[in-house]
Design a protein around this ligand. Structure first.
Ligand code: UDX
Length: 454
């Protein structure tokens, strides 16, 4: 099928690459000339496992092309995806400017029936706004009778496994009232709907709300566990034991109940805020979501509080090795990353950071530029040299196995602050470390090592 994707960000680019690989002819359109030029040269603007070879192969065999020419894009695609950003407005609501601008562009150039598909995460009612925008432009062009449909087809990909999620979706949501649209979408997604039925057809508004409900539910699970971790801290319980205890109930499940230093990324913080704002506009108060958001904001300060308390309130001139900058492993994305709140809080207090991340170093440099209190180190070991403590902010695989002997030799004091509960408190303490984690008793070396070699 001939498909056009407006927007070469995370969602658009991955979707385009996966559809091209499945044999469709896909044109990607973006207004950012520099980005399109770089994509044409094979430069992929994001780090995402498997994406680069997939894009290069489809470009080489002619199934994938990049352009800034919207007219060509509209002419090309019978199915046209809108996959542009919906950044939060000042009040937290989703800014639909880019989505509606694309809708207007499509209507400006279309000369035959088009299926317009909303892939961007948009508030309920956006499909109606897209429809109104298209109708207005078509009427102005004297083409009021030209047929089109606006379909909601939200994306559920996770950063770091975006390609795999897109290739093997656990559900494909299609929001439309038109039989013809349903058929087109079923045809498009047939290669991804093998083995068992994953397509769920529903009305447009339910499809739009499903996306927000899914992300808000997951964010709620995380904030709930973080709240339990804070209680565990106070009562001396171990959140990891509690996690296993409640996860074993299939109604709760093991996924997304890891306590930590807060959720980040481009989706959860933005979508929780947007749904709160939508509820407010409807005269409702989204009390649960407001609490989810507020718990997360506080949780991002959790480890900084522990660090500052460990140093009796004074971290002026202290140097911290920071492992992990990305908001989660397997991405270079630092949007809303807990590491940022942590670093900024420590900088405020006069501390210095020596950071290492397997992928997000360039991004960190882009965000913070050159500053005296930040050193970006080439390896995780280099970050440790002479530091007063190690902080782990992202659970990258390469941080999981600790060479405690080497770490002890490199740090000026054996102290670890683990924001992702990666290590066994007893084992670490036995090696002579002060070990702080989230919602687990802080075991001091002296207590555990009594009778052992410290
Ligand atoms: C999320 C959704 O998972 C995805 O379905 C949606 O389409 C987009 O938003 P993503 O933002 O890429 O994907 O990241 P995800 O892996 O879901 O993690 C989100 C955040 O939650 C991360 O900061 C992660 O560290 C945190 N998290 C996750 C926890 O703190 N605890 C958990 O148990 C799980």
């Amino acid at each position: 099928m001939n498909v056009t994707v407006f927007g070469t960000g995370y969602v658009g680019l991955v979707q385009a690459a996966v559809l091209a690989e499945a044999g469709n002819n896909v044109a990607c359109i973006d207004i950012d000339e520099g980005k399109i030029a770089r994509l044409r040269q094979g430069h992929i603007p994001i780090y995402e496992p498997g994406l680069e070879p997939m894009v290069k192969e489809s470009v080489a065999n002619g199934n994938l092309s990049f352009s800034t020419d919207a007219a060509i894009g509209v002419e090309h695609g019978e199915l046209i995806f809108i996959a542009v950003g919906t950044p939060p407005d000042e009040d937290g609501s989703a800014d639909l400017r880019h989505v509606l601008a694309v809708a207007d562009t499509i209507a400006t150039h279309m000369a035959e029936k088009k299926y317009i598909i909303n892939k961007s995460t948009v508030p309920v009612g956006t499909a109606d706004k897209v429809r109104a925008t298209v109708e207005a432009r078509l009427a102005q062009r004297g083409l009021g009778e030209l047929a089109f449909d606006v379909i909601s087809n939200p994306e559920f990909l996770k950063e770091g496994s975006a390609v795999a999620d897109c290739m093997r979706p656990d559900r494909i949501i299609i929001g439309t009232a038109e039989k013809a649209s349903e058929q087109k979408m079923r045809q498009l997604y047939a290669p991804f709907n093998r083995n068992h039925e994953k397509i769920l057809v529903m009305d447009v508004k339910s499809a739009e709300l499903t996306k927000y409900a899914a992300n808000c539910m997951l964010a709620t699970k995380i904030s709930f566990m973080n709240e339990m971790a804070n209680i565990a801290d106070r009562v001396g319980a171990d959140i990891e034991a509690v996690r296993r205890g409640i996860g074993s109930d299939p109604r709760v499940g093991y996924q997304f109940i890891y306590a930590g230093i807060g959720y980040g990324g481009s989706c959860f913080p933005k979508d929780v805020k947007a749904l709160i704002s939508s509820a407010e506009q409807l005269g409702l108060s989204a009390e649960i979501l407001a609490a989810v958001e507020s718990r997360n904001e506080q949780q991002k300060h959790y480890m900084a509080e522990k660090i500052i308390a460990h140093f009796d309130g004074d971290v002026q001139g202290k140097v911290f090795a920071l492992w992990g900058l990305a908001f989660k492993p397997n991405t270079d994305d630092m949007r809303e990353a807990p590491s940022r709140v942590l670093m900024e809080r420590l900088w405020e207090k006069g501390a210095r950071i020596r950071a290492f991340d397997p992928e997000a170093m360039e991004e960190c440099q882009r965000i913070y530029g050159d500053r005296d209190d930040l050193e970006l180190c080439g390896t995780k070991e280099a970050a440790l040299k002479g530091a007063d403590a190690l902080i782990v902010a992202t659970e990258w695989q390469q941080f999981k196995a600790l060479n405690t002997k080497e770490i002890k030799g490199l740090l000026s004091a054996p102290v670890i602050f683990d924001g992702r509960n990666q290590y066994d408190p007893g084992e670490i303490a036995e090696k002579g470390f002060h070990y702080y984690c989230v919602g687990r008793p802080n075991i001091q070396p002296s207590k555990v090592t009594a009778g052992h070699e410290a």
